[in-house]
Design a protein around this ligand. Structure first.
Ligand code: GUN
Ligand code: ZN
Length: 474
């Protein structure tokens, strides 16, 4: 590969810190500046990535750059030789519902019938901790198979669903942020919660999980229609009290939903303004979809630092509409990519990135309003699923990059995993073309290894899938 090499970040001098368990990996390397508000790619065609545990035992990147430059400095460190492969940061999914793992591929006439017919009945099953634990195990196996190492995830309204998810993440050493869904109205029996208890449960979950190991808590009002004023008020009070806790919800996804919000909240200027009124727009707040925002909403997002989780496969599957990248970018909205499984069609970051490209090209929003079609670069799409998503979470320099200091979560990708991928990537004339071929053609077969906190997560690839069908006819 003979493309212009972007200068590597300088390696951290190994004498500067007390390090142990040092490892190194030789491969092509791709990563992005952690703090930039857009994609600033770094690429080494023959690179070396060096990781080690810091004084607190956290596995981090200590050096990244050209093999020839770094190897002499780390000549006594064992090398995992992965020449011919690409090492890149583990992908970050900015919005996903783990209880909807078994909802994928349930067709309906749009968001609201889909919630009622498929989603709420599945979520009601999470009252059973055994079911929650079993789905959590499968969920992380599936994420890791696809190279996703960090998620911001919805649980159900049952606090035990969060215990199951974060307990499983903790056992695997994963970075994971999750919350119990708040929904005290317009929700059926089995998933509807009770206002006071829901807020008490949220606070107890914050105390139990937030900041423990690599875990975080997200205050999770499901969406404005499912929450009473009292519940949103309580959520906002908790968000003010616990300022480093995350917030996650949905906004401006679907036209029927939008009409409903207008009827429920006639005093508010817009759907997003409801969340503003209750103190739910701030940094570390992530709102899924954001298709039907206007300029004032986008300015509000930019001003408050709240982010949008663009969820293109979900928006295509549910027929919700097409996200307006040009307008969001012009307004300075922080954004990143998400699968939104089970509305989303796939756990694969490659599927999400190619859907984002397709959605970007569209010149309508979904309600007939025109939008400017854009051609998102491959480096931009990749950034939105790694360092860009980390930035949206307020986790720049923590995950989503190979920059020195980042936690050692990364994927090893095979650019020749399928005959067509091999053929197409071999003919790429630039880094951009090469990454675009991967985005268009890769899937889980290209993810050959996943490293979580410096250790292989490969058990996820071999674990037997339980027979979920019982004796039922298929
Ligand atoms: N709005 C409220 N709940 C949901 C959900 O589970 N999925 C999606 N896509 N939108 C929602
Ligand atoms: Zn969602």
């Amino acid at each position: 590969m003979g493309w212009g090499i972007v200068p590597a970040l300088p390696g951290v001098a190994r004498a500067a810190a007390k390090l142990s368990g040092m490892q190194s990996w030789r491969a092509s390397l791709l990563w992005f500046d952690p703090e930039a508000d857009g994609p600033r790619p770094h690429f080494e065609s023959d690179g070396l990535l060096v990781t080690a545990a810091d004084a607190a035992g956290v596995q981090r990147v200590v050096a990244v750059g050209a093999y020839d430059t770094l190897r002499p400095r780390y000549s006594d460190v064992a090398v995992h030789d992965r020449r011919g492969r690409l090492i890149a940061p583990g992908f970050i999914d900015l919005h996903i519902h783990y209880p909807q793992t078994d909802v994928i591929g349930s067709p309906a006439d749009g968001l609201l019938p889909w919630l009622e017919r498929y989603t709420f009945p599945q979520e009601a099953r999470f009252a059973d901790p055994g079911h929650a634990a079993s789905v959590a195990r499968f969920f992380f196996d599936e994420l890791l198979r696809h190279g996703v190492t960090t998620v911001l995830a919805f649980g159900t309204s049952h606090p035990g669903s969060v215990d199951a998810l974060l307990g499983e993440a903790q056992a695997r050493g994963l970075r994971c942020i999750a919350g119990k869904s708040l929904q005290d109205r317009h929700s059926p029996d089995g998933v509807r919660d009770e206002t006071e208890a829901s807020l008490r449960d949220t606070e107890a979950l914050i105390a139990r999980w937030h900041g423990r190991d690599r875990l975080g808590y997200a205050i999770t009002p499901r969406f404005a229609p499912s929450c009473s004023d009292a519940q949103l008020h309580g959520a906002g009070a908790l968000a003010a009290r616990y300022s480093d806790v995350w917030i996650q919800s949905h906004v401006a996804e679907n036209l029927d939903e939008l009409r409903w919000v207008r009827a429920l909240y006639p005093q508010d200027r817009s759907y997003l303004a409801v969340y503003e009124r209750f103190g739910l727009l701030r940094r570390r707040a992530v709102y899924a979809h954001g298709i039907y925002l206007d300029d004032a909403d986008r300015a509000l997002l930019a001003r408050t630092g709240a982010a949008v989780a663009v969820s293109p496969t979900s928006n295509l599957f549910l027929g919700s509409g097409f996200f307006d990248y040009a307008a969001a970018r012009e307004a300075g909205v922080t954004l990143g990519l998400a699968s939104d499984v089970g509305g989303g069609m796939s756990f694969s970051p490659f599927a999400t990135m190619r859907a984002a490209y397709t959605v970007g090209r569209a010149s309508v929003r979904g309600d007939g309003a025109a939008k400017r079609g854009v051609s998102l670069a491959a480096t931009d799409l990749w950034w939105q699923h790694t360092a860009g998503a980390a930035r949206a979470l307020g986790l720049a320099w923590v995950v989503g990059s190979l920059a020195p200091g980042s936690e050692a979560d990364f994927v090893v990708l095979d650019p020749a995993a399928t005959p067509l991928l091999a053929r197409r990537t071999a003919q790429a004339a630039s880094l951009e073309e090469w990454l675009f071929a991967l985005i268009l053609l890769a899937d889980d077969r290209a993810v050959t290894e996943v490293v979580v906190a410096g250790a292989p997560a490969s058990h996820a690839f071999t674990e037997a899938t339980p027979d979920l069908h019982g004796g039922r006819a298929r």
